[in-house]
Design a binder for this molecule. Sequence first.
Ligand SMILES: [Zn+2]
Ligand SMILES: [Zn+2]
Length: 127
Amino acid sequence: MSPSRRTSGLPQQQAAVVTARCLSTPVVFGIRMQHDSASTWSATWAFAISAERAAREGYTDTRLSGSFALSTGYPGCPGCGNPSFAQCFACHGLGCWSTTDTRWKCPACGRDQDLGGTIREMSAGAD
Ligand SMILES: [Zn+2]
Ligand SMILES: [Zn+2]
């Protein structure tokens, strides 16, 4: 029985930055996501960024799959303070979200949509 297993040396956790837009201000912001072993991306940080810089850094091309959660330290939208964010079903763009509104208008493509129930779990345990 050998407990030592050779890996490629890569850590289990990965981080990525995705871009999101504020619903009520022109602010564009990056969300830092931390990946855990259960295919969950946890949002750990949000910071205002210019749209040009986001494109230059490649943040706008980042696509993440899996489920999403908010870590307890997530600071909220830098534009309006919304505590969470949602993803558009149509363009897959991200925008800030109040967590209380069930209707959400995508700030990227303008589509009005109902938010599903799963995203509510994102704010669980934040208090
Ligand atoms: Zn906002
Ligand atoms: Zn959209």
